[in-house]
Design a protein around this ligand. Structure first.
Ligand code: ASN
Ligand code: ZN
Ligand code: CA
Length: 343
């Protein structure tokens, strides 16, 4: 079916362009043939019934259709609005990996994946699933979270697919923290790369989806992960026993410091001194170089069992390949891991 150019009124990102497909029956489908047929479907508020990875029943992914190729209303009351956000988010993630890293799709095989929105009832989460190789998003309960379809969340979930296809970091212990941090790092770099005026880049995760009931301005804070009350800023020998969304803090902190340095900055409206664990001062080498180094480390050097010490080694090898071992970038990677107590 022919490619068409439409637009959507999203919940979080304003009016966005959408590449869609003309349906043979008339109208349009929310399916992007220029991005490997990435599509978004309605889960119909159903849930999967799975035990140990085997699913007896799966919620649907009924592809969205529209008569005039102007999708959504900007209000969550219209079911296609969340679909606009999810499709736009995975478009932007596709483009980030393509433009910045030359990666075409999650598995680098040119194939798109799909999103399911309106999963379950009041479902306060979003997730990547290796079985369907797809992303799924809840609507939130409206008190803690709104629909979990913001740019950094879609970038986070799709990046789980990239990790799964590359280093395949085991989702527990320190490797699990690195898996989570990889999704936060690339989710954030996607948000910056999208350069969307309604949802500009920051170093916060989930700032658009939190509601007053969450009692926080974001889900996670990369500048100083302990701002969430649970995440680790600095490595210690027990971090591997934390939930992976908290042991990720060390690598999130590393990423922020490597890009932005240790000086005081305002992040998400909060002034933060981005303290290093060893009181060192770091200049920061920028988020583009952070992305290059982390991507090469993930795709060339990390394995399923990489721990924090291994991440230090992997990123140093990546920095050496990219900039040389005498470079300021190589020195910055070493100093920044030391600054989060990974030596
Ligand atoms: N939203 C969570 C994540 O992507 C779901 C999970 O716990 N795996 O990390
Ligand atoms: Zn995750
Ligand atoms: Ca963000």
């Amino acid at each position: 079916s022919a490619t068409a150019t439409g637009d959507g009124r999203s919940l979080y990102s304003g009016t966005v362009p959408l590449t869609t497909s003309r349906a043979s029956s008339g109208g349009y489908q929310l399916n992007d043939s220029t991005r490997g047929n990435t599509y978004t479907g309605d889960a119909g508020n159903k849930t999967d019934t799975c035990v140990l990875g085997i699913c007896l029943e799966r919620a649907p992914a009924k592809v969205y259709t529209d008569a005039d190729n102007h999708w959504g209303t900007g209000s969550a009351a219209d079911r296609s609005t969340a679909a606009v956000d999810a499709q736009y988010g995975t478009d932007q993630t596709w483009d980030y990996y393509k433009d910045v890293h030359g990666r075409t799709g999650i598995a680098d095989d040119g194939k798109g994946s799909y999103n399911r929105v309106h999963y379950g009832k009041d479902y306060n989460n979003a997730f990547w699933d290796d079985n369907c190789f797809c992303m799924t998003y809840g609507d939130g309960d409206g008190k803690t979270f709104g629909p979990l379809v913001a740019l950094d969340v879609t970038g986070h979930e799709m990046s789980h697919g990239v990790t799964s296809s590359t280093a395949a970091l085991t989702y527990s212990g320190e490797s699990g923290g690195l898996n989570e941090a990889t999704s936060d790092i690339f989710g954030t770099l996607v948000e910056f790369h999208a350069n969307n005026a309604s949802d500009p880049g920051d170093w916060l995760i989930g700032e658009k989806i939190v509601k007053p009931g969450a009692g926080a301005s974001a889900l996670r804070y990369m500048d100083k992960p302990s701002r969430d009350g649970k995440s680790a800023d600095c490595w210690n020998s027990k971090v591997g026993s934390l939930d992976v969304h908290y042991s990720s803090g060390i690598a999130n902190h590393f990423a922020y410091l490597l890009a932005e340095g240790s000086g005081a900055k305002t992040v998400g409206g909060v002034r933060n001194d981005s303290p290093t664990c060893d009181k060192s001062k770091l200049p920061g080498i920028g988020k583009e170089k952070l992305g290059k180094i982390w991507y090469r480390a993930l795709t060339v050097y990390m394995t399923s069992s990489t721990d924090y010490k291994g991440a230090r080694t992997a990123t140093l090898k990546a920095a050496k390949d990219l900039y040389g071992s005498d470079s300021k970038e190589y020195a910055a990677v070493a100093a920044t891991w030391s600054a989060v107590a990974v030596n």
